[in-house]
Design a protein. Structure first.
Length: 201
């Protein structure tokens, strides 16, 4: 996903050409929470940087009812664009997590915190909790992504990663963009409330 440089506020309305992961991300954060195995994850913010400067970011950060953080990397496949393989995505998020924890330790030592968007659910991340408590790491994708990679490769689930499928069609946001952006250059991606319930791929 293309990087944003910490706008003061993230916007749910995006360019009508953005019909992939960015639209997916905005539609998920707009739903406010997801249900995974009957357990609620409340979304806090988007695009959490893993280190200082212009860098890679986790697409979503959330929190479980018991107060542990959830870091989510999104993948979205369309008919002609399948995205990174699950194996590559797994290696990526494990590296992201390691870099993020190192960054959190440096922030704590400097009496600083993550620079969240001004419309994030919380104003601050509890760095002590992020460093010392279990973190749930998730790779979530639409059905087409998992369907394609199940046919194309044999990947092994990593024990430290959870893999989830979200019920949204590959052309959902493209169709939504065409319909909603007739009067302008932007649209607001959305998914039905049923998309809050994620399943195992």
């Amino acid at each position: 996903m293309n990087l944003e440089h910490h706008p003061r506020e993230y916007h749910l309305d995006i360019n009508k050409k953005d019909c992939n992961e960015r639209a997916f991300q905005r539609a998920i954060i707009a739903l406010e929470y997801a249900t995974l195995d009957n357990k609620k994850v409340s979304w806090i913010d988007i695009e959490l940087p893993i280190k200082e400067g212009k860098t890679k970011r986790f697409d979503l950060i959330g929190e479980t009812p018991d107060g542990n953080y959830v870091l989510c990397e999104l993948k979205f496949a369309k008919r002609k664009t399948k995205g990174d393989s699950p194996d590559k995505a797994t290696r990526q998020v494990l590296q992201y997590k390691s870099t993020l924890i190192d960054y959190a330790v440096r922030l704590k030592a400097s009496n600083k915190n993550f620079n969240l968007h001004t419309n994030a659910t919380y104003k601050r991340i509890d760095i002590n909790k992020l460093i010392t408590k279990p973190i749930k790491i998730i790779i979530a994708a639409n059905q087409q992504y998992w369907s394609y990679w199940r046919r194309s490769s044999h990947f092994t689930n990593h024990p430290d990663i959870e893999y989830w499928e979200i019920n949204v069609d590959s052309e959902h946001f493209a169709n939504q963009s065409k319909e909603k952006s007739k009067l302008g250059s932007k649209y607001r991606p959305s998914m039905p409330e049923s998309s809050r319930t994620w399943s195992h791929p």
